[in-house]
Design a protein around this ligand. Structure first.
Ligand code: NAD
Ligand code: TYD
Length: 341
């Protein structure tokens, strides 16, 4: 790809992917297209702002006319779509924007790929579309049983990608990643929320019994997998991207506190999330067949992530102070405390 449109490139995974592409491919131009919602942050791209291969366009993926203008103007030949509303708790409060961006917005991008004959689109999806997996692991052909407005919207987008491939032959590849962590993750997601709370000796609100299981994938390993899909994925195919590192939220929280030298008494059990999926688990045999494996050991990557938030208060303090967004705190920062400090 010579001119890559990275939608949602000012968010967590998208900005890590922009860095990955600019570092690895000297001849690739990157156009970040992002609405800059509360989750989009140009601080994430500060260090590439002067790179002549990088440009930024503020826009909404639901705006078909503007997407088409940008595709033509920049001679875009490929799209990687990270743009989405992404937080489950917000989707419970306000599903509409999830349906709009995640489903309709994906359709707009597929239309652009079709209309201008782009070489490839990689659509970034999630393990959450399979729903809660009590036993075993999900394979790509499993039924979709999403339980939250977020995962239902993501499932809708996946099905739209499938339909565009089958009906119009649009060259789209879908990745379904597990829970990511690393630098630049908005501190509403559990790992950056808990690290930054612990740095300030504030309670860590653990939902329900703390025994829900997630599979933790370091963001740079995810970026490697997306890069592979861009170049070697097969059109119309879906690829799970998991790390096989499953932990209960309690185990995860205790590990974070241990790494930071903070007391377990910071853990505060709070009212559960409605519809809280018990476990996600991916079988990633298919992408292993193309040579991808996670390269980062979990503990080292988590330690590096703790260090990054410790050393980059400038990045998260202004977000958490409510300067950008206090909607979440107002609406949802008041869960009933069950036990703990
Ligand atoms: P994020 O919330 O950090 O970033 C989303 C970005 O999309 C932001 O920059 C935001 O401004 C932008 N955006 C939102 N609505 C838009 C719109 N209508 N038009 C243009 N831009 C818009 O999200 P993330 O954690 O980086 O996730 C990126 C993608 O990866 C999402 O599609 C998500 O579903 C998927 N995913 C995330 C995880 C995870 O653990 N974070 C795991 C698997 C898959
Ligand atoms: P989250 O980071 O929101 O990702 P997702 O819901 O997409 O998996 O949450 C990860 C897990 O952590 C999930 O089981 C919910 C739990 N959690 C808490 O216990 N407390 C919190 O404050 C948050 C944000 C999440």
């Amino acid at each position: 790809m010579e001119n890559l449109l990275i939608t949602g490139g000012a968010g967590f995974i998208g900005s890590n992917f922009v860095h990955h592409i600019l570092d690895k491919y000297p001849d690739c131009k990157v156009i970040v297209y992002d609405k800059l919602t509360y989750a989009g942050n140009l601080d994430n791209l500060q260090d590439v702002a002067d790179d002549p291969r990088y440009s930024f366009v503020r826009g909404d993926i639901c705006d078909m006319e503007f997407v088409e203008d940008v595709v033509q103007e920049h001679k875009v030949d490929g799209i990687v779509n990270f743009a989405a509303e992404t937080h489950v708790d917000r989707s419970i409060l306000e599903p509409g924007s999830f349906i709009q961006t995640d489903v309709y917005g994906t359709h707009v991008l597929l239309e652009a790929v079709r209309k201008f004959g782009l070489r490839r689109m990689v659509h970034i999806s999630t393990d959450e579309v399979y729903g809660s997996v009590v036993e075993g692991s999900s394979v790509e052909t499993d039924n979709l049983l999403p339980n939250s407005p977020y995962s239902a919207s993501k499932a809708g987008a996946d099905l739209m990608c499938r339909a565009y491939h089958v009906t119009y032959g649009v060259p789209v590849v879908i990745t379904r990643g597990s829970n990511n962590f690393g630098p630049y993750q908005y501190p509403e997601k559990v790992i950056p929320l808990f690290i930054t709370n612990a740095l300030d000796d504030k309670p860590l609100p653990l939902y329900g019994d703390g025994l829900n299981v997630r599979d933790w994938l370091y963001v740079l390993d995810h970026c490697d997998a997306i890069d592979l899909m861009l170049h070697e994925g097969r059109d119309g195919e879906i690829y799970n991207v998991g790390s096989n590192h499953e932990l209960t939220n309690l185990e995860l929280t205790e590990t974070i506190l241990e790494l930071m030298g903070k007391p377990k008494s910071l853990i505060q059990f709070v009212e559960d999330r409605p519809g809280h999926d018990r476990r996600y688990s991916l079988d990633s045999t298919k992408i292993h067949g193309l040579g991808w494996r996670p390269n980062h050991a979990f503990e080292n990557a988590l330690e590096g992530t703790v260090r990054w938030y410790t050393e980059n208060r400038w990045w998260w303090e202004k977000i958490k102070s409510g300067a950008y967004d206090n909607y979440y705190e107002r609406q949802y920062g008041t869960r009933r405390v069950l036990t703990g400090s």
